[in-house]
Each structure stands twice: as C-alpha cells, then as structure tokens.
Design a protein around this ligand. Sequence first.
Ligand SMILES: Nc1nc2c(c(=O)[nH]1)N[C@H]1C(S)=C(S)[C@@H](COP(=O)(O)O)O[C@H]1N2
Ligand SMILES: [Mo]
Length: 316
Amino acid sequence: MIVRRGSEIKSSEITSKDAFLRYAQTRRGFLAGAAALGVSAFVGGTRMFADDKLKTVPSAYAVNETETPLKKATTFNNFYEFGTDKGDPSQNAHTLHTRPWTIELTGLVKKPQTVGVDDLMAYRPIENRVYRHRCVEAWSMVIPWDGYSLAELINFAQPLPSAKYVQFISKLDRKQMPELPGGFDWPYSEGLRMDEAMNPLTLLCFGCYGETLPNQNGAPVRVVIPWKYGFKSAKSIVKINFTDKQPKTLWNESNSGEYGFYSNVNPQVNHPRWSQGHERRIDTSLLPHTIPTLMFNGYGDQVASMYNGMDLKKNY
Ligand SMILES: Nc1nc2c(c(=O)[nH]1)N[C@H]1C(S)=C(S)[C@@H](COP(=O)(O)O)O[C@H]1N2
Ligand SMILES: [Mo]
C-alpha cells in the first residue's frame, strides 16, 4: 500500500529551519489523519511497507540495472536483532519503536550532541540513489535508497583533526528484540575510516523505494556503503562515535578470520568457506542466476584511490 502525503513541498525549501518546521508539522498532521482514518501500513500483522512517502530529488548515483522488487527487498533481510533467518526481520521487526529516536554524535567532535531523526531527515534534500547491494553471503540486489551523503552529517558534527575513524552503533533493546541471538557482542557495531565515511557514495539512509525505511530494513536511519559487503551498512543507528583508533565491529569481533574491518567487495579475495567470484542476483529472472562479482562492487572509479598502496588481500 502506498499512502501519499497530503502536501507538496519543494525539496529546495526543506533545507531552512522554517520550512523544516512546516514539513514536520505536515508530516505529523498527515500521520494523525491516517491513524484516524484507520489507514494501516500493516499487512496481516507484519509491517510490509513504510507508511510515509518521501519527497526526493534525483541524483547522479543510479546504476542502470533492474531494481529488486520491493517485496523481495523487504522480506529477505539480514537484521539479526530480529532473528537470523532471512524471513525473520519482516515478521518480527514491527516491535521496534522508531519514534521518538535520537542519534548521539560523540567522541572526538568539537561538541558532543544528540540530534532527533526528524531534524536529521530535514537537514538536507533526500536523494534517490539506486545502488548495488552485495552481501558477504554472495547474494545481491539493486535497491533504490533515499538519503543524503553521510559527509553532510560529519561536517555538521565537526570532528576534531584527531578523529580518524567513525563508528556506528545500532539500537539494542532486549524487550523490543525478543529474538536477539546469543553469541554476539551486542549492540551491532560497524565502522569506517574517516575518508571512507566522507566519500560521497556513503549514504545516510532514511528510506527506500521512495518511502521511509521499513523497520526490517533499518528504520529510521541506517548507512549504506555500496562498495563494501552489506554487513558494513549498520541499521537503526543510535550513536555515531568518532575515534582515533580502528573501532571494534560486531562481525570482526565475532570472527576476524572471516570478516575483516575493510570488507571491500573483492572477487579476488574469497571468503574462507566460499568463493566471492560470483553472486546470485536475488529474484531477477532476466539475468543469469549467477553473475560475476565486480571489484569494489562496480564502484572502483569512485573509491579505488582510497586504497592505493594497500594490500587488499591482507586488509580484507
Ligand atoms: N544492526 C544491524 N545492521 C545490519 C545487519 C544486522 O544484522 N544488524 N545485517 C547487515 C547485513 S549482513 C546486510 S547484508 C544488510 C542487509 O540490509 P537489507 O536487509 O536492508 O537488505 O544489513 C546489514 N546491517
Ligand atoms: Mo550481509
């Protein structure tokens, strides 16, 4: 189900504080109205689609490949906090409360502060970006994400010159996550080197397919780093921490022999248990079942220079 927002606000307007307040009021009014009318974004008890249409602007970042059907991208997920099977998050993540929601900007910044997700969403125009999405498990999708460059938020946060890395911490709430599996060092955490985080491709993401993120895809805010394996793209972020040392990340801590800090998509460096040379494009019958994996997931032009002189077999 697609529910349209009542008003039309030009994206060029939503950068000013004034316009943001109008935008936020309209959004609240719309959601209250939708609730009063009994409009529901739940299908059979499972939240299948987000309920808030986003006003987006086009962007130069769009791969010319068949998009993964929305239904597939929102029912075949990795979000271990809500269960480890691909179908678990879309069944279980409706228990996640996504409002109120704040993001803490902390560590080596000029002034640590906490920002509300709606303010963050209105801070810059939301761009529509169609990215390849390659999981370390050797499947892939093509997803239209909605957001703006993480660099915008980093500039806002004003990291100190000593900040060399950015760490992302996901929400942890055992009540809202009754399926949380043992054996991991929760909360989910990920990290990037500062230049990777500042790369214009790195997306601070609020939506997909033109609507706010469904819970199972990481509502209300996640990152998307399209040249790295999917697990680098932390979901449902509550804290962004600036550090001078390579931060700890959940998958690297849990099995450093299989999941490195860099985790750039690389068909020449196999996972110890399977080849990374090919991938299975989920549910795109027009393409061969198995397609060759591209170096940096096809984003080499924009990112390869960041790794000049680095041994990518060692720094996997
Ligand atoms: N907090 C959190 N973020 C996460 C994960 C997770 O389990 N928890 N899984 C990662 C993995 S392995 C992948 S492939 C992508 C999946 O994103 P999608 O379900 O939106 O396709 O999210 C990543 N971000
Ligand atoms: Mo993944």
